[in-house]
Design a protein around this ligand. Structure first.
Ligand SMILES: [Zn+2]
Length: 133
């Protein structure tokens, strides 16, 4: 019996980072939230809205997202199919997170809204959003 079977999927860097709980906020501080993730990857997107926001995002399940403050401060923008919900602060205009269209139980988080976030070493995946408009 061999216990030396190579496991090909272990070769990826996914899951090698520690689970972190980070807080984030918009610029004026009205919107504050917390996420928990091990940052398996960051994503950019070239859809019409992400391109303009120049957003670098991390995806988290809604169970790992907590809005601490600012529900009243958030304004929502929908376009195209109207499924994705793009939130921004009505005071400072910053985009802190959005509800995903393809996976509506997930949030896309603007990583530059996170306190003390260091993107070093985390792979960045460029997702193709042009087809999503
Ligand atoms: Zn704000």
């Amino acid at each position: 019996m061999s216990d030396q079977q190579p496991v090909a999927s272990r070769a990826t860097t996914a899951g090698t980072r520690p689970l972190q709980r980070l807080s984030g906020s918009c610029h004026c501080g009205a919107v504050r939230f917390e996420i928990e993730t091990d940052f398996p990857e960051l994503t950019t997107c070239d859809c019409s809205i992400c391109r303009r926001k120049n957003a670098l995002m991390v995806k988290v399940h809604e169970d790992h997202f907590k809005l601490i403050a600012g529900e009243d401060a958030l304004t929502e923008y929908r376009f195209h199919t109207g499924t994705a919900r793009h939130f921004f602060c009505r005071t400072c205009g910053i985009y802190p997170f959005h509800r995903k269209r393809v996976m509506p139980d997930h949030f896309g988080i603007n990583v530059f809204c996170l306190d003390d976030f260091d993107p070093a070493g985390i792979p960045v995946r460029h997702t193709d959003g042009v087809g999503m408009k």
